[in-house]
Design a binder for this molecule. Structure first.
Ligand code: GLU
Length: 483
């Protein structure tokens, strides 16, 4: 009997829920459903510094919004849990030790200082940088003495020095790597935490994953994974690396050119069915070339033979057009009504705004005009309003740009944290709050008067604030000519 189909996604909760994650989730789900298999959500949170529970919650919320539901995961449980790597640390250590015992991996005691010195020497000699395998063949005595002295160590893979490793990719055929070019990858760090490679392979095996469907950017890691399967004596899954999404100019999709956060699309009022439809069109065509189709249609027709590798373009204009098509032709009037009520207006959104506006309005009819900038996208700030008292627009542009970048990392996205961060940034760039806060307000609201700035920013949310700060920075660079 052939192995049951089990696939997974392994997002790392280190940032906003990314459209790329939804894209890969969609293809995993379609393949699982088409083949009567299971789709697993595993949270790869071994990067302790960058992982956050809030990001995990947002990833789950974003995927649920799109209806890309999983059969097993941290929130729904399942027979192969836990589904969060931070809760599986013992397993990784055990498996790393197993490879040490069988001679497939070794302990490396090199200190940070030693490795830095090595790097400096390599640099000075103009050699390629990298670990020189100095601990690969330590004698038993040295290892024992180091362990007795409690010297910290990492566990590294004993990568073969000769020969080749082949990744049999479903979409690309054999991709051949010379082993010489594969480093002795660290599997377990000195703090006992696994690296991505070890945790990913151990989990895929223990969770019975039959097909690894992930983004192309992981293909260069894949030979290490193939080698790990060999070292453990396990049957590897089938490998399927999906083409990378690209901006219209063909560069790798990035937030500099396109919004990449699912939240951003949700806030803009994209309909989840249109989002799924658009993602499914990237690198895939329906047998009858139809552009408008549902998730169910997609699943019914799904076949990796129809995926093409030509670098699918994430074209926001086309995406917006498709969403409009859903509004005009696909959704019923009832469905569009509910969508606007729930997703655009939404009781929760209004509820969050009431404390900001109750002191400022006396009639219901005043609410929408007062709060208008919470319900719109761009605010097109007037350059005259933007211009700071004692500074020029030329100076303001980069300051706003820098702020937009900076606020990507604020946590939580709440008034106190925002205020602390904006103040710190203002000081760092040598501005006075009095000169900088007004242009920020104008940038994010389009107005000179609003409820308290940081409350407003928190309610607008990260994606919209980012977008408006960037827009305003552009206005500063290229103020539209009067007249
Ligand atoms: N943690 C990886 C990510 O963030 C998973 C890659 C994989 O699917 O192997 O995408």
């Amino acid at each position: 009997m052939s192995q049951p189909v089990r696939v997974r996604i392994g997002p790392s909760p280190t940032g906003e829920p990314h459209v790329g994650t939804a894209y890969i989730a969609l293809f995993n789900l379609a393949f699982a459903r088409r083949n009567g298999g299971q789709f697993v959500l595993r949270i790869e949170d071994t990067d302790r510094e960058r992982s956050r529970a809030e990001w995990e919650a947002q990833i789950i919320q974003g995927l649920r919004w799109l209806g890309l539901d999983w059969d097993e995961g941290p929130d729904v449980g399942g027979p192969h849990g836990p589904y969060r790597q931070s809760e599986r640390l013992g397993l990784y250590r055990e498996h790393a030790e197993r490879l040490v015992e069988s001679g497939r991996a070794y302990r490396c005691f090199a200190t940070k200082e030693e490795l830095e010195a090595l790097r400096a020497e390599q640099k000075a000699r103009g050699e390629p940088l990298g670990y020189d395998r100095r601990s690969r063949d330590l004698s038993e005595e040295v290892i024992r003495a180091n362990l007795e002295a409690n010297k910290p160590y990492v566990i590294r893979m004993r990568t073969p020095r000769t020969g080749q490793t082949v990744v049999k990719d479903r979409l690309r055929g054999d991709v051949v790597f010379d082993n010489e070019g594969i480093d002795d990858q660290i599997l377990l760090k000195s703090d006992g935490h696994p690296t991505y490679h070890l945790a990913n392979v151990v989990d895929d095996h223990l969770m019975g994953i039959s097909h690894v469907i992930r983004a192309e950017e992981w293909i260069s890691s894949c030979p290490k994974h193939v080698l790990l399967y060999e070292m453990f004596g396990w049957q590897p899954p089938e490998w399927i690396h999906m083409p990378l999404l690209r901006n219209v100019d063909k560069s790798k999709i990035s937030k500099r050119k396109n919004p990449v956060s699912l939240d951003d699309y949700r806030r803009r009022g994209f309909h989840p069915r249109a989002v799924v439809n658009f993602l499914a069109m990237l690198g895939w065509t329906m047998p009858d070339q139809r552009e408008v189709f549902s998730l169910e249609d997609f699943v019914r027709e799904f076949d990796f033979d129809r995926v093409h590798l030509g670098g699918p373009t994430f074209d926001l204009e086309k995406f917006t057009w498709l969403n409009g098509k859903y509004f005009r032709e696909v959704l019923s009037e009832e469905e569009l009504t509910d969508f606007i009520r729930d997703a655009v207006l939404g009781r929760d959104r209004i509820r969050a705004l009431v404390p900001l506006f109750r002191e400022r309005i006396e009639l219901g009819e005043q609410f929408i005009p007062a709060a208008e900038y919470f319900f719109s996208g761009a605010v097109e700030p007037d350059p005259t309003l933007l211009t700071p008292k004692k500074r020029s627009l030329q100076e303001l542009g980069p300051a706003l740009d820098g702020l937009a970048e900076r606020l990507d990392a604020v946590h939580p996205y709440e008034p106190e944290a925002l205020e602390a961060d904006v103040r710190a940034y203002t000081e760092e760039i040598g501005w006075k709050p009095r000169d900088f806060f007004m242009p920020i307000r104008v940038a994010v609201t389009g107005r000179k008067a609003s409820p308290p700035l940081f409350d407003v920013m928190a309610q607008l949310g990260r994606p919209l604030v980012r977008r408006r700060l960037k827009d305003a920075a552009r206005v500063c660079k290229n103020p539209p000519r009067a007249g």
